[in-house]
Design a protein around this ligand. Structure first.
Ligand code: 5AD
Ligand code: SF4
Length: 466
């Protein structure tokens, strides 16, 4: 890594009325787990340079936004938050540096918009040059001008070399196993802002997981836009016997890391979910028996338009194979994709009723410029898509309640995830949220305890320690 010791001094000089304190940073993260992990790494990078973490965005010397652009609503929210922070900066903290990075800023039209209309933002960087943030901050301080750089480095260090000293949770962590996406689903902007699919060498991944486990991490989430295609084009990567690693093989290795209790992964693409992977999830003791498997639409015609490369039958067959292996499913669904008819939508409802998902993220289609779907003119009127959205959740939520009610009376192994006084929140292997009470301090984060379920709601269950 470059040496940016001068940055801290320069930043300190930049702060008015400095009391000699180290400059502080606060990161606001939007979007997926991949962004959360990137933020942890950016925090580690800044900490390594001597920055300290601030209590809030408003009181920080460096306010950092790690952004998302998967739907327009995310971008609107981010610009709303930025304009509020602008007010704080202008009225109370004129020396605050504001930096905006990640998926939203990676779009050229957004960085142009910021250059033209958001002069209070000091630094704009992208997804493929995050590790150069210190250099951009340095330039912004030295020049007093806005620095915009969304160039993509040829040789991507991806921040993986930064040892992550700070984590959002003591007991669980995400680990990137790949970056980018080559699937080009027609509605999705990710391939344009996150670049081509690249797998990380297995030895690096295992080293990171071993270090996390040694540091007390009990649950690992393997992260990638399409983890099932892990290892593609990763030539010469062999841990043993010269075999090129694929995702099931990687899972088998991760399962052997001492100290880990649970392994999860996301996201899976149905087209790449092999029988070998079903068997690996079923047989490996630490791999959780629930899988996030985005459906997007239940209509074969819409799936084809979306370039998803599977049919309704393919999805249902895979879901049945997983469920027969004792593996539950959660999903993502989009309603109102251009050209979606009432019959297409009914096909989606049909799949939701047949599969009985354990959880579902539901979205109204959002036009993302630069994607193939953005060219379509046969848009579903907002009123129709909102109404379909309501009908979809009205189908899914009662099923969630039934699934949770069926658990009442049973005892589930629950990992303690959050404690506040005597109230504890935990999660089961199949990702059910469990509320229960215990004496204050009785359990540590990451500890697995038996809880008997006493009542159920759609989104959580309540229970008591056995
Ligand atoms: N509009 C609505 N939802 C989208 N998603 C991705 N792109 C769009 C879009 N343009 C959803 C998909 C994906 C999840 C992360 O976000 O369901 O799986
Ligand atoms: Fe987007 Fe499709 Fe890639 Fe997921 S698989 S990130 S939806 S292009």
């Amino acid at each position: 890594m470059h040496n940016y010791h001068g940055l801290l001094l320069a930043h300190n000089d930049h702060i008015a009325n400095t009391t000699g304190h180290r400059p502080s940073f606060f990161i606001r993260t939007y979007g997926c787990q991949m962004n959360s992990r990137d933020s942890e790494k950016l925090a580690a990078l800044l900490t390594q340079l001597g920055y300290q973490e601030a209590q809030s965005l408003e009181t920080s010397d460096l306010a950092l936004f790690n952004t998302c652009c998967v739907r327009e609503s995310a971008e609107n929210r981010i610009f709303g938050h930025l304009s509020r922070l602008r007010h704080t900066k202008e009225t109370q903290k004129p020396d605050m540096l504001i930096a905006v990075g990640g998926c939203m800023s990676q779009q050229a039209e957004i960085s142009e918009k910021i250059a033209a209309a958001h002069p209070y933002i000091n630094v704009v960087f992208g997804t493929a040059n995050r590790h150069r943030l210190p250099q951009f901050l340095w330039q912004a301080i030295q020049s007093g001008k806005q620095v915009i750089d969304i160039s993509e480095d040829e040789n991507l260090p991806e921040l993986d070399s930064v040892p992550v000293t700070t984590r959002d949770y003591a007991h669980k962590a995400g680990v990137n196993i790949m970056y980018g996406c080559d699937n080009y689903c027609s509605y999705c902007i990710v391939p344009y802002v996150r670049g081509r699919e690249r797998s990380r060498p297995a030895a690096d991944i295992l080293r990171e997981i071993e270090a996390l486990a040694a540091d007390g991490v009990k649950e690992i989430m393997l992260l990638g836009q399409n983890v099932n295609s892990y290892g593609k084009r990763l030539a010469n990567d062999s841990l043993d016997s010269g075999v090129i690693l694929d995702f099931p093989t990687l899972l088998r290795h991760v399962n052997q890391v001492p100290g880990l209790e649970r392994i999860r992964f996301m996201t899976s693409h149905p087209k790449d979910f092999s029988n070998d992977l079903v068997a690996a999830v079923r047989d490996l003791d630490k791999v959780c028996k629930s899988v996030h498997l985005p459906l997007q639409s239940g209509s074969t015609r819409v799936l084809e338009d979306m370039n998803r490369q599977y049919t309704q039958d393919d999805y249902l067959a895979l879901a049945a194979r997983l469920q027969q292996a004792g593996i539950g499913l959660s999903t993502d669904i989009i309603v109102g994709y251009p050209g979606e008819t009432e019959d297409d939508f009914i096909a989606t409802l049909e799949v939701a009723r047949k599969v009985r998902f354990l959880g579902a993220f539901t979205f109204i289609y959002s036009k993302r410029s630069g994607t193939p779907a953005a060219k379509r003119t046969d848009l579903v009127p907002r009123k129709v898509s909102s109404e379909r959205f309501e009908r979809l959740t009205a189908t899914i939520y009662p099923i969630l309640l039934e699934i949770n009610q069926a658990k009442v009376g049973s005892t589930v192994h629950t990992m303690v995830e959050e404690t506040s006084g005597t109230a504890i929140k935990g999660r089961t292997d199949d990702n059910t949220l469990v509320h229960f009470d215990a004496e204050q301090g009785a359990y540590k984060l990451g500890q697995i305890v038996p809880v008997r379920i006493t009542s159920a709601k759609s989104f959580y269950v309540c229970g008591e320690i056995v």
